[in-house]
Write a protein that binds this ligand. Structure first.
Ligand code: FES
Length: 370
């Protein structure tokens, strides 16, 4: 029998240890009720501590931007935490500037609420809502971009053109838990009951694969928004807009908004780049808009036109086309502003062309996506 004593002792010790760890865990992680004071008492929430600030806020109907869904990989969920909660975490610092760290800006998805907190968020975030939307149409605008239109039912959305919204993707296939991703709205702000998005398929992308391969008309989908400060300025400067692919979305919204609001006093040049004709879309709509509105100039360009495209328009990289037009057609001496929507690389290259032609960096606005 003695050969059984050692394994039994080890098993008993393990069980006791596991129970002890569970008890300690419960004690250590039991932060009880905590109060979150938002914007100096504008709103005070009572929550159960121990969870990330981002999710506790959203469970109370306060939605901060969270393009990565709280995974600590987008840096969008910033807020100011006035209470001293210890040093910034290594998962936060890559997304914060020195000034932000000094200003006590934190990534709310990385900060756990363990005591009463005082935080500050932009006022407009009080208007962000979660919508239970219904997909009313899905259209292929290219082989890899879908135009998806959502109906908001009895709810309404108020936004300015250029803003974005987050879609809430449910678990599917091997994807556990929900995933949130941000997309610029292409719909017009006048449409308070519907939201239109342009979603390009990213190979292996959780949200885009769901939209392209699973989402159907009639399906329900959560939307959270609106967010963002990419918007048309109120100056008279000429607007130079540059986009490619699904970067079309905010400009479609901005252009329709200008027409709806009868803003005709400033010229808008829209440079839209694509590889070949199969990557181009909304051409008829843009040309028709340009025909009806003398202030709007549409310049599509192909970087790799195919023989079967029979393309007679501009060719080359969109940055080169932009540079040519500023120098030869618009005039580098004009008062201009830049509006960019695309990958960080494209935005960088456009920034160089624009600043090289005398446009100050602070007059270049952009909406960057990977
Ligand atoms: S939600 Fe993306 S970093 Fe916090």
């Amino acid at each position: 029998m003695s050969f059984l004593i050692a394994p039994l002792t080890i098993a008993c010790l393990s069980a006791v240890l596991a129970a002890l760890i569970a008890v300690i865990d419960r004690i250590v992680n039991n932060y009880g009720e905590c109060q979150i004071d938002i914007n100096n008492g504008t709103k005070v929430l009572t929550v159960k501590g121990g969870e990330p600030l981002l999710s506790l806020l959203s469970s109370e109907g306060i939605y901060l931007p969270s393009a990565c869904g709280g995974k600590g990989s987008c840096g969008a969920c910033k807020c100011q935490v006035e209470t001293d909660i210890g040093p910034h975490l290594p998962t936060e610092t890559p997304y914060l500037t020195k000034e932000e760290i000094k200003d006590k800006i934190r990534l709310s998805c990385q900060v756990k609420v363990k005591s009463d907190l005082s935080i500050n968020i932009p006022e407009e975030l009080f208007n962000v809502k979660q919508f239970d939307a219904t997909v009313v149409s899905i259209k292929d605008v290219t082989y890899d971009i879908k135009e998806v239109v959502f109906d908001l039912g009895d709810e309404t959305i108020t936004f300015h053109s250029g803003m974005y919204i987050q879609i809430v993707v449910p678990p599917y296939d091997k994807i556990k838990g929900t995933t949130q991703r941000a997309y610029s709205m292409s719909s017009r702000p006048l449409d308070h009951n519907r939201v239109e998005l342009l979603i390009r398929l990213v190979p292996g992308g959780i949200a885009t694969t769901y939209v392209h391969e699973h989402l159907k008309e009639g399906d329900k989908m959560g939307l959270v928004g609106p967010f963002g400060d990419f918007r048309r300025s109120s100056t008279d400067s000429i607007m130079l807009c540059v986009a490619g692919g699904s970067g079309m979305a905010p400009f479609k919204s901005i252009l329709h908004d200008m027409i709806d609001s009868n803003i005709t006093h400033r010229d808008v040049w829209y440079f839209f780049g694509a590889r070949s004709l199969r990557d181009m879309f909304y051409m008829d709509e843009m040309y028709a808009m340009a025909k009806e509105n003398p202030w709007f100039h549409f310049v599509p360009a192909l970087s790799e036109p195919q023989p079967e495209d029979n393309w007679t328009g501009e060719t080359g990289l969109i940055t080169d086309v932009l540079d040519r037009f500023i120098k030869n057609t618009i005039g580098a001496d004009k008062d201009m502003e830049g509006y960019l929507c695309g990958s960080p690389g494209m935005i960088n290259a456009c920034n160089n062309v624009m600043t090289g032609n005398g446009i100050p960096l602070e007059k270049i606005y952009y909406d960057s996506f990977a």
